[in-house]
Design a protein around this ligand. Structure first.
Ligand code: PLP
Length: 388
């Protein structure tokens, strides 16, 4: 028998594993469960990307070890993409790293840049996988509240002096999981100022960068001075429904990019080159599928928000990502409410507590099924008369 190391034991429990188990049990009992609890895109990867992958798999040179830091042609493609989409200049030699998943990069960053005892600031509520880096790098966790009255953006004025002094890195994520909020250019300007005033590095997770309902989401790198203080992490998982492919970029500050590539060389040999070639096709090819995906999620969001309001369940209107962040009725917390919905309506939702304490008054709805199923979920919930 092998005992787990202290590091392994210190890792946070996978909150959503319990939810998955409960949902599976309910499905096994024969119930028609509408699962709105997950964040897995339900649409296929566009055909041009799949075809490029098929051709790339057949090439013998793609069966060999490729450069540790990835294909330079892919670095050029993402630099061109940022120029075209965001008017951002990136040097593919020094300002781009290729990662095998956002999580890998987000966990590698504290390992590469922080010392035990330094503070990593994370949003609350926030994407739970950020916490893994805190345990692995043995750093301290500092929380920055995202409040509804502030459109789920941090208010830097309210962060206390001690936290600011100890903080070395701050993670942000807009369009936001779980709240559906987006950032404004002004907020990112304040962020650069906060970083400069307090010597804090910024890591902006732009996983939902292509998914904005009324407006195109802003990239952090569009902000003057952004590259002096931080990086952006950009995954292809959501833009092109490539969550299983594991292909992601870190972009921006050259010192941070160098540190990521150095640590990555010790942990990982580059992504399968055929996937990297297919990613070039994704970035250089027609972006029509992305516009269609945006329309699809927007239609689902509208259908869901309308059906929810008809049963008296008022949504914070999502502005991007593919989630709705919904309040929990009086008398429940996020887990007891999610349990009730699964039990009595066969609707699975993600309890907000899984995103941190500040999420406990909410549940997250994934808009990853048809509008009809989203409407049916609301009708089933309506029969419980929780919002009358
Ligand atoms: N960041 C956020 C905020 C996410 O919600 C997700 C996926 O759900 C990811 C990153 C994961 O991205 P990747 O597939 O690149 O690991």
């Amino acid at each position: 028998e092998f005992e787990h190391s202290e590091v392994l034991q210190s890792l946070p429990k996978q909150f959503f594993a319990t939810l998955v188990k409960k949902v599976n049990q309910k499905v096994a009992s024969g119930a028609d469960v509408i699962n709105l609890g997950q964040g897995n895109p339900d649409q296929p990867t566009p055909d041009n990307i799949v075809k490029a992958m098929q051709a790339a798999v057949a090439k013998p040179e793609n069966h060999k070890y490729s450069p540790f830091t990835g294909l330079f042609s892919l670095k050029q493609a993402i630099a061109n993409y940022y120029k075209r989409e965001y008017q951002v200049d990136l040097d593919p030699k020094t300002e781009v790293a290729i990662l095998g998943g956002s999580k890998t990069g987000l966990v590698e960053l504290p390992l590469a840049l922080l010392n035990p005892g330094d503070t990593l600031l994370l949003p609350n509520p926030g994407y739970p996988d950020y916490l893994s880096g805190v345990s692995l790098a043995k750093v301290k966790l500092g929380l920055v509240s995202l409040k509804e009255e502030n459109n789920f953006l941090p208010d830097y004025k309210t962060i206390d002096t001690e936290t600011k002094q100890k903080a070395k890195l701050l993670y942000l994520n807009y369009p936001n999981n779980p709240t559906g909020a987006i950032a404004t250019p002004k907020f990112f300007e304040d962020t650069v100022k906060f970083a400069q005033d307090n010597q804090v590095g910024i890591v902006h997770d732009f996983a939902y960068g292509a998914l904005g309902y009324q407006q195109k989401p802003v990239s952090f790198l569009q902000t003057p001075g952004a590259k002096d203080v931080g990086i952006e992490v950009y995954t292809l998982s959501k833009t092109y429904n490539m969550a299983g492919w594991r292909i992601v970029f870190a972009l921006g500050n050259h010192d941070i990019i160098k540190a990521i590539e150095l640590i990555q060389n010790h942990l990982f040999v580059s992504v399968f080159p055929a996937i990297q070639e297919a990613a070039i096709t994704a970035l250089n090819g027609s972006q029509e599928s992305v516009a269609k995906l945006n329309d699809l999620y927007n239609n689902r969001r509208k259908a869901f928000e309308k059906a929810a309001s008809q049963i008296g369940w008022k949504a914070y209107p999502a502005k991007g990502s593919f989630y709705s962040w919904m309040p929990v009725p009086k008398g429940y917390n996020s887990e007891s409410f999610a349990d009730l919905l699964l039990d009595k309506a066969s609707v699975a939702v993600a309890p907000g507590a899984g995103f941190g304490k500040a999420g406990d008054r909410f549940v997250r709805i994934g808009l990853l099924t048809s509008s009809e199923r989203l409407q049916e979920a609301c009708q089933r919930i309506g029969k419980l008369h929780l919002f009358d």
